[in-house]
Design a protein around this ligand. Sequence first.
Ligand SMILES: Cc1cc2nc3c(=O)[nH]c(=O)nc-3n(C[C@H](O)[C@H](O)[C@H](O)COP(=O)(O)O)c2cc1C
Length: 161
Amino acid sequence: MRGLIAYYTKFGNGKRIAEALARGLEESGQEVKVLQLPGKVDGDFDFVVASSPTRLGRAMGPAKRFVSSLRGDWAGKSFVAVGTGVHSEEQEGKRSETWPAGSADRLYERLEKAGLKPLMGPQKFWVENADDWKNARLLEGEEDRAREVGRAIGRMLSGES
Ligand SMILES: Cc1cc2nc3c(=O)[nH]c(=O)nc-3n(C[C@H](O)[C@H](O)[C@H](O)COP(=O)(O)O)c2cc1C
């Protein structure tokens, strides 16, 4: 199958996660195109992975607008919603202004509303909690984990698990 991985990034971590997901998907036999948002969707796809950084518990504009643009034509196709953010045990699941990687949950809701079908729950990837957001990098092992999630998505699409 052919999939689109559409991601928005502010500081580059989302790009690394998108590329790791793409590697995993390719390793499990899927064809993927990686698109940085905002950008133009070109071609036909069977599934979509949408990713956004989290800002005050929410997904960011370019990712939200991308999901809105899927209404109609993409109904019934499979999706995986992805978000990056900062992990915090005590905030987990709270829809507060620091909701950890809440962008994944928000994109999930929007994609479902647009008529697409989830392949799995929201996928969250963590950056370090630094005072300086610009230089906060992914926690160790997150790219490997994203690659493994990519493989798992690929296997599900091939009907192997
Ligand atoms: C103003 C601001 C607000 C943020 N709010 C959240 C938040 O509510 N929850 C969270 O998990 N991360 C939050 N973050 C961290 C970002 O999600 C993180 O910088 C981003 O995921 C990194 O991805 P990128 O490198 O692709 O931009 C915030 C960052 C900034 C700058």
